[in-house]
Design a protein around this ligand. Structure first.
Ligand SMILES: C[S@@+](CC[C@H](N)C(=O)[O-])C[C@H]1O[C@@H](n2cnc3c(N)ncnc32)[C@H](O)[C@@H]1O
Length: 245
């Protein structure tokens, strides 16, 4: 693994113990994601699904609940360990394994469905990654990608650093954002979508990878509140796009 990827892995290994607490913050959010993933993935029995950048495995769990044979891949061994532990508790047989989203260890045409949430922004080569995902998807298979414009801190917002340092003494959230910034500061120039990614960019990347018609999921219909609890008035929202091979 190259140095950049090792650094990314290191951050997410550290983050693995707290990250699961930050997702699916309410039963309503969980239901909205579950319904969205199951509806978009269509049928599940005897079909193979892959969750790329699975983290603590949440999307993999939804897919397993829909009857898919699920594989979850993540660069962070500790994220994978946490996903495996939860799968055992839930008695779900999911194949969680470490791997790189930009160089997948699967044959061509292996999966009926591929999902990926909040991974693209931290990839050094998102265009290569999407071509790789296209490669491992079966003809007729579906890809579902979600991400957003996260306003990640950059040196342009350096004035927030001392504020965060003071806050971090008291608040876990600020401690995470400070550590996040300090860890990613030397890498951000290598991550073309680090500051955030919008729907059109991902639709273009998917088309470039070979997908023809890339559709957008109407999140307003399913998500009554923003699942990330950002202030919608100052932060643009997240998106979900999907396409068939
Ligand atoms: C923001 S988290 C999202 C986790 C999960 N998809 C979710 O939505 O809950 C990003 C995840 O991508 C993983 N990741 C980062 N770079 C990766 C790469 N090159 N290949 C595979 N996973 C990667 C991280 O380890 C982390 O678990």
């Amino acid at each position: 693994m190259d140095r950049l990827k090792s650094k990314i892995e290191k951050y997410w290994n550290w983050r693995s113990s707290s990250y699961a607490l930050d997702i699916e913050k309410s039963p309503e959010t969980e239901k909205a994601w579950d319904t969205t993933i199951k509806t978009l993935a269509k049928s599940g029995q005897n079909q193979d699904a892959l969750d790329i950048g699975t983290g603590p495995g949440q999307l993999a769990f939804y897919l397993a609940g829909a009857g898919f044979n699920v594989t979850g891949v993540d660069i962070s061994s500790q994220m994978i360990a946490s996903a495996q532990k939860k799968a055992e508790e839930m008695q779900l047989g999911i194949d969680f394994r470490t791997g790189d989203a930009e160089k997948l260890d699967f044959e061509d045409n292996s999966f009926d469905v591929i999902v990926s949430r909040n991974l693209i922004w931290t990839l050094p080569n998102p265009d290569l990654a999407l071509k790789e995902w296209y490669r491992v998807l079966k003809p007729g298979g579906r890809i579902i990608v979600s991400d957003g414009f996260w306003s990640n801190q950059t040196w342009r917002r350096f004035y927030e650093i001392p504020i965060n340092m003071i806050k971090s003494v008291f608040q876990m959230k600020s401690r995470i954002s400070l550590r996040f910034f300090l860890h990613y500061a030397s890498m951000m120039k290598h991550l073309p979508l680090y500051e955030g990614v919008n729907k059109n960019e991902v639709q273009n990347l998917l088309q470039h990878a070979g997908f023809n018609e890339v559709l957008s999921w109407d999140i307003g219909q399913y998500f009554r509140t923003n699942p990330y609890e950002f202030d919608m008035s100052i932060r643009p929202t997240f998106f979900i796009v999907y396409a068939d091979k």
